[in-house]
Design a binder for this molecule. Structure first.
Ligand code: GDP
Length: 456
């Protein structure tokens, strides 16, 4: 029987989850960290096939100065034993350094990991999951072990992970490779583009909207660089399609957008940008994710316009204008069917990746911002005026492959900076450093400890 092992720092709810999966109350659940002392095993019969579950207790009661070390040790032993590691974190408390350390350890171990964000007792807590997605595990499930929310999703994720037979040699590529998602409404050509990229028939292509229901994760080589390609199900408008499968797909696509490194938004050039396309673009923009827009079915447009360069340009301009809020995303025109220009998409992906590693020099950054402020003074509020003390680009987060550039501005008072002026400063930064496909993130830090995240 395969084994799923629960790993996590004390008090994240491993015991509660264990009880939930075992269908009985065995381990002691208590609000004191580290109450569960022993390693306990049971069989979970709630999934498709029974599997063993192991709770790595024995971490020592709090206050134990060594509990971090004990957690690490417990994780080490657990992982050796596991077919699947169920890595539990506390959504309410948020991402702690010990979680990140454990994540690093688990990423290096050659076992599939399901990341479980616990204590999401209510749908309004679901956004708390986002913070953990930066840990970079492909499978993330939000649950409430106490209330039973998300148990089915978790069982499915464990089941998938158990069937996935991750060969140790394969894993590093999956861990290292940046993730790309091909997103878009049904029938725009996502599956066709996946096939064009992979050069073989992997996803099922069909004329019926919404044929591809599940997302596929495929390691692939884009012009000499390794990526992991996710082909997602079409995102549909929630209100018009309320069958549970469709709603599930939308949720998954939203999740996918937040989790991957670059979103490739496919638009059907023959129908132009629709309301639904804008919705999906909006999700990408809201998630502040790197993006590339693909205008697909260009072969048909070329036929329609008799290759008239003016008319072709108009098509691109119109799409650009409709998606003005995703202005950082470059547009690539191509035909998934004929394969024309697909390589140009590869080049663009690589360009985005390379620019994400670019750092703006601090001296130059401060000069650029000061010059911008001299050219156009920030508006004053009453007698007070915004002052920039110092700016720097934050260090790249090690967990993200393609991190959007984050600029930290130390200012007199973040509240004095209106959004329009923030956008003005972001635009000046973009003029100087370009950052194609990447949203520019800005964080303001005030003198009195007032912090405000912009674009975040
Ligand atoms: P998905 O639902 O987004 O995955 O869309 P599919 O890949 O299933 O494509 C939907 C339909 O559009 C199929 O009939 C494809 O053959 C067709 N199609 C996809 N890309 C192109 C293209 O570049 N040119 C043309 N002419 N047809 C395409």
């Amino acid at each position: 029987m395969k084994k799923a092992v629960l790993v996590g720092r004390p008090n994240v709810g491993k015991s509660a989850l264990f009880n939930r999966l075992a269908g009985r109350r065995i381990s002691i659940v208590h609000d004191q960290p580290g109450v569960t002392r022993d390693r306990i095993e049971a069989v979970c019969k709630l999934g498709r096939a029974p599997f063993g579950i192991v709770d790595t207790g024995g971490i020592g009661a709090s206050p134990d100065p060594d509990f971090a070390e004990a957690t690490h040790r417990a994780a080490d032993t657990a992982v050796e034993d596991a077919d699947v590691v169920v890595f539990v974190v506390d959504g309410k408390v948020g991402l702690l350094p010990l979680d990140a350390e454990l994540a690093g350890k688990l990423r290096r171990a050659s076992r599939p990991v399901v990341l479980v964000v616990n204590k999401l007792d209510d749908p309004k807590h679901d956004h708390l999951e986002t913070e953990f997605e930066e840990l970079g595990f492909p499978s993330v499930v939000g649950i409430s072990a106490a209330h039973g929310r998300g148990t089915d999703d978790l069982l499915q994720a464990i089941d998938r992970a158990m069937g996935s037979e991750v060969a140790p040699a394969d894993l590093p590529a999956e861990v290292r490779a940046p993730r790309l998602a091909i997103v878009g409404r049904p029938n725009v050509g996502k599956s066709s583009l996946t096939n064009a990229i992979l050069g073989r028939e992997r996803a099922i292509v069909s004329d019926i909207a919404g044929t591809t229901r599940d997302s596929l994760e495929i390691p692939c080589d884009l012009g000499g660089h390794e990526y992991l390609l996710l082909d997602t199900a079409g995102i549909r408008h929630r209100s018009r399609h309320n069958s549970s499968v469709e709603v599930f797909s939308v949720m998954r696509s939203e999740k996918t957008i937040r989790r991957v490194d670059i979103n490739i938004l496919v638009i059907d050039a023959t129908s132009g940008v629709t309301t639904q396309d804008k919705k999906i673009a909006g999700l990408i923009q809201k998630a502040k994710k790197p993006a590339i827009i693909v205008l697909n079915k260009w072969d048909l447009i070329e036929k329609q316009t008799n290759n008239d360069p003016e008319l072709l340009r108009e098509h691109v301009d119109r799409a650009r204008a409709e998606l003005f809020f995703l202005d950082y995303a470059p547009v690539v025109i191509l035909s998934a069917l004929t394969g024309e220009n697909v390589r140009r998409l590869f080049t663009m992906v690589e360009k985005v990746r390379q620019h994400a590693t670019r750092r703006a020099g601090t001296g130059e950054l401060n000069r650029v911002l000061r010059a911008a402020m001299e050219r156009q003074a920030p508006p004053s509020r009453g007698s007070r005026r915004f002052k920039l003390l110092y700016a720097a680009q934050a260090k790249e987060s090690s967990n993200s492959h393609i991190a959007p550039p984050l600029f930290v501005l130390f200012v007199n008072d973040p509240r004095l900076l209106p959004e329009s002026y923030q956008n003005y400063l972001c635009a000046r930064i973009r003029e100087q450093w370009e950052y194609p496909g990447l949203p520019i993130l800005m964080r303001l830090r005030g003198r009195e400890g007032v912090t405000q995240d912009i674009n975040e």
